[in-house]
Write a protein that binds this ligand. Structure first.
Ligand SMILES: [Zn+2]
Length: 219
């Protein structure tokens, strides 16, 4: 849908005339009319006001030109799962589980916020990617391009040691940087996860079955 149709539809849903909408966002009725004929699109400040008024993201107002994903966990973002600032404005960078009330919710982000913020986290991510790609030299491991923040709960696999003992290495309540890759030899998946203290690499079948630990080492 184009911006003009989005605005028209939202205005009708709210039961506002062009005149009434114009007054609410401090423009003339003619301006609203021009948006709805597609002659112009609202400027950035007006988009913010419209976003608040209609309770939709700016991306939605613009007809969803961008495929938004959460910068933290990689989840595709729609208005219903998008995070918000404390004043209720949408934050179009994160999902509502990773960022809420003006703050990161996951411990790994919080820890980095304390020691230098988002930039530090990006640096740490880059460093881990380098470690996975160069230091480790795992056979069949494709190039690691990106890492997502993952909840321990979802990736904490149980491995069976040669003596039959079953062990888990992660903590369900913590978050890790990691990813799932396809083995270059085909067939199995390779899971990688890390935090500030250690790296873990394992392989498993597509559905997570038959996990096998490849590397678990202190960093
Ligand atoms: Zn997220």
């Amino acid at each position: 849908m184009e911006t003009k149709d989005v605005i028209l539809e939202l205005r009708n849903q709210k039961g506002l005339s062009q005149e009434e909408l114009a007054a609410k966002v401090f423009v003339t009725r003619q301006a609203v009319s021009r948006w709805e004929t597609g002659e112009t699109v609202p400027n950035t400040d007006t988009l913010k006001l419209l976003s608040k008024l209609f309770d939709v993201s700016i991306n939605t107002l613009l007809g969803s030109p961008r495929e938004l994903v959460c910068k933290c966990c990689g989840m595709p973002l729609e208005d219903c799962n998008m995070s918000r600032e404390t004043d209720g404005d949408f934050n179009e960078e994160y999902c509502k589980w990773c960022y809420a009330d003006g703050e990161y919710t996951l411990d790994i982000w919080k820890r980095y916020a304390e020691i230098g913020g988002k930039e530090k986290l990006e640096e740490f991510k880059e460093q881990l990617i380098r470690e996975f790609n160069t230091i480790l030299q795992i056979e069949g491991l494709p190039k690691v391009e990106n890492l997502n923040v993952l909840s321990g709960e979802f990736i904490n696999m149980e491995f069976t040691l040669p003596n039959g003992e079953k062990v888990k290495f992660l903590d369900d309540r913590q978050t890790y940087l990691g990813s799932q890759l396809e083995s270059e030899f085909g067939g199995r998946c390779i899971g990688i996860a890390a935090n500030m203290d250690f790296l873990l690499i394992c392989s498993y079948e597509e559905n997570g079955k038959d996990p096998e630990l490849m590397i678990y080492k202190k960093r």
